[in-house]
Design a protein around this ligand. Structure first.
Ligand code: GDP
Ligand code: IMO
Ligand code: MG
Length: 432
């Protein structure tokens, strides 16, 4: 039974939550390995709609053990808010496990996220304001507070004090904010200690033991390839590794144990926040993608920037993640467009690029080279076999497969759990 990594191939919101949920009934563990409550996954089950942020989407599947692994940053108040909301709707969340090495988003991280953005002015990133960047910065600076620290109050207070010493100078002298006390931070975090205690464990040990027993583990990425701190459009990125390698460092499961890597990719492109996006449409077509695709952020409600499919990015995602399969989502949203352009390369000041330019200025100047495909008008939401799709839709999918770097194994034709065309089983062992 396989270990499968699932990541976003574009700038997020590709439909990772739905893809994870669809696999949920067939896996034993779903592991969130990066990011925090900056993520927003909408999962539709029958008439019910769930918006998940910090919790792995697998929490909605009975029998699955959801895991928040060491690579995640946790806002404990948000964690319990989400758990309580799900419990109120009858979802059993009691199986959740949390790594003792996962870092905590302290209240001052949220403050710093927002003041930093304000001070950046026109250079701002357009973050979700959830404290993600400052929490990861503390982790790398070795000033972070981890879940395990909650259980030794003197260690916790000492760590908060160490972290605040520098931050209070910054908050008071640079940002003109009030100083934060050790007591108020400790009080906020300790409020949750007893409730979280039974969930906190060595999740690397749990996951490796599950793999030893032959169980199936799905690693669910938050954010996406182009938002990865190393491989994305730096500096307009998030602060974690959202690419496939992050599944290993973020969970304590070694790379040789991973069987396959699924990239979730939309049949067009969206982005939330600042930074370049070569295929962005600022016209009626862009508006239409946003309206039909309901492209408004699950976390912040911001309208998502919309544009045509970018195969340069898909190929890049295929390469840096070592993708074995694509899940192509939201094909139904393209229904009714007479012509559907696809970006096959970039023109940067007269030079043609097949691969993503590594230089930030070159990427910002990239002009898409489009190839145009015929559209279709038939409603495709009822298609369950590839042959149910109109000819033009089949040709569009096959063309994307040809230029994007690996096979398209599943096609989404609607938000519902059943609204998929499966061409190859996603839960396959290595090389199958
Ligand atoms: P995630 O962050 O990658 O999990 O994606 P989001 O949940 O933020 O955004 C994807 C949105 O598209 C959600 O509202 C899903 O319900 C919806 N969705 C996913 N797959 C499909 C699909 O194939 N067709 C349509 N129409 N909607 C989809
Ligand atoms: P899911 O998991 C889309 C974007 C923000 C901003 C940048 C940095 O739903 O795909 P951060 O708060 O992480 O420091 O913000 O990253 N961003 C996302 N965009 N989907 C997401 O998650 C995102 N998570 C962060 O808009 O541009
Ligand atoms: Mg999302």
């Amino acid at each position: 039974m396989p270990a499968v990594v699932l990541v976003g191939a574009q700038w997020g919101d590709e439909g990772k939550g739905k893809a994870t949920d669809v696999l949920g009934s067939r896996v034993d563990y779903v592991v969130k390995f990066n990011g925090g409550n900056n993520a927003g996954h909408t999962v539709v089950i029958g008439d019910e709609k769930y918006a998940l942020h910090l919790l792995p989407s697998g929490i909605l599947s009975p029998g699955v053990t959801p895991v928040i692994a060491n690579g995640v940053v946790i806002d404990i108040g948000v964690l319990f808010g989400e758990l309580d909301a799900l419990e109120a709707r009858g979802v059993d969340t009691s199986a959740l496990l949390i790594s003792n090495a996962a870092h905590i988003i302290a209240p001052y991280a949220r403050t710093l996220d927002n003041v930093t953005e304000r001070f950046l002015g026109k250079r701002k990133i357009g973050t979700t304001g959830r404290g993600i960047g400052p929490a990861y910065a503390d982790k790398i600076n070795r000033l972070g507070i981890r879940m395990g620290d909650l259980f030794d109050e003197s260690v916790l207070r000492d760590k908060i004090e160490g972290s605040l010493e520098q931050k209070n100078h910054l908050l008071v002298k640079v940002y003109n904010r009030r100083a934060i006390t050790v007591d108020e931070v400790a009080e906020e975090l300790l409020m949750y200690r007893d409730r979280v205690a039974p969930m906190v464990t060595d999740t690397s040990l749990v996951l490796n033991a599950a793999l030893d027993r032959g169980e199936t583990v799905l690693f669910e990425g938050g954010q996406a390839t182009m938002l990865d701190v190393d491989h994305g459009t730096y500096p307009f990125v998030t602060s974690s590794n959202a690419t496939a390698g992050g599944a290993c460092t973020g969970s304590g499961v070694g790379p040789a144990r991973i069987d396959s890597v699924i990239g979730v990719v939309k049949a067009y492109t969206t982005r939330v926040g600042e930074g370049p996006m070569p295929t962005e449409l600022l016209d009626a077509d862009g508006e239409r993608l946003r309206d039909v695709g309901h492209e408004f952020g699950t976390t912040t409600g911001r309208p998502r920037r919309c544009g045509w499919y970018d195969a340069v990015i898909a190929r890049y995602a295929s390469r840096v993640n070592g993708l074995t399969d694509f899940v192509l989502t939201k094909l139904d949203v393209l229904t009714g467009f007479e012509k559907i352009p696809v970006c096959v390369a970039y023109d940067v000041n007269g030079v043609r690029y097949q691969d993503l330019p590594q230089d930030q200025a070159a990427f910002a100047a990239a002009v898409p080279v489009y190839e145009e495909f015929e559209g279709w008008t038939e409603d495709i939401s009822g298609a369950r076999e590839f042959s149910d799709l109109p000819d033009a839709a089949q040709k569009y999918v096959l063309a994307l497969e040809e230029i994007s770097g690996c096979r398209i194994s599943t096609i989404g034709v609607g938000p519902g759990r059943e609204e998929n065309i499966v061409r190859h089983d996603l839960l396959h062992a290595r090389g199958e």
